[in-house]
Design a protein around this ligand. Sequence first.
Ligand code: APR
Length: 176
Amino acid sequence: MPNIEIIQADITTIKADAIVNAANSSLLGGGGVDGAIHRVGGVEILDECKMIREKQGGCRTGHAVATGAGKLPAQYVIHTVGPIWQGGNNEEEKLLAECYVSSLELAEKLKCTSIAFPNISTGVYHFPKKEAAKIALTAVKKQLHHLTCIQQIIFVCYDQENYLIYQDIMTYFSDL
Ligand code: APR
C-alpha cells in the first residue's frame, strides 16, 4: 500500500519521480507553483509544453500531460489543470478530483514510484482550501488499490494553512 506523506515545502525541491504542476490550459506557464516549476526547471519544460500544444492543443481541466523536469530534482513534471472556483455549481469538485486521478494514472504509465502534489486550485483559482484538501485526499484514497508502481504519495503544502488543514483531515483518514 503506498505511503502518504503531508509536508510543508517548496515542491521544486522535492526529489520525487514526478512532481505535479498546477498548470493552466495553455501550458505556457504562469504564477504560483506553475511559475516556480518553470523558473527552477528551466526552458526545457516550456519547450516540451509547446510541443504538446502543437500535437494536442493545450490541456483540458482535469486532464494531465507529462514533460521532463529540466533542472528540477524530479524526473517528470505532470502538468494538470485544476478548475477555477466559481461557487461550486460548475462541477468544480468532480474536475478537481479528476486532476488527482489523471496525474496518478499518468505517473503509473511512466512507472513512477513516487509522486508529489501541490494543493491544486487553492491559489489563483481560489478553490476553498478545506474542501480542496478533502477532495484531494478522498480522490487519492480511492485510487490506492489501483496503483502498482507508486509507493509514495507526498502532498506538498506551501503555506501553513494548507499544511494544518491536510494534517487535520488526515486524522480522519486513519487507514491512509
Ligand atoms: N511549491 C508548492 N506549492 C506552491 C508553490 C511551490 N513552489 N508555489 C505556490 N504553491 C501553492 C499555493 O500556495 C497554492 O496552495 O500551490 C497551490 C496552488 O496555487 P497556484 O499555484 O496559484 O495554482 P492554482 O490555484 O491551481 O491556479 C493555477 O495559476 O499560476 C497560475 O498558470 C497557473 O493559471 C494557472 C493558475
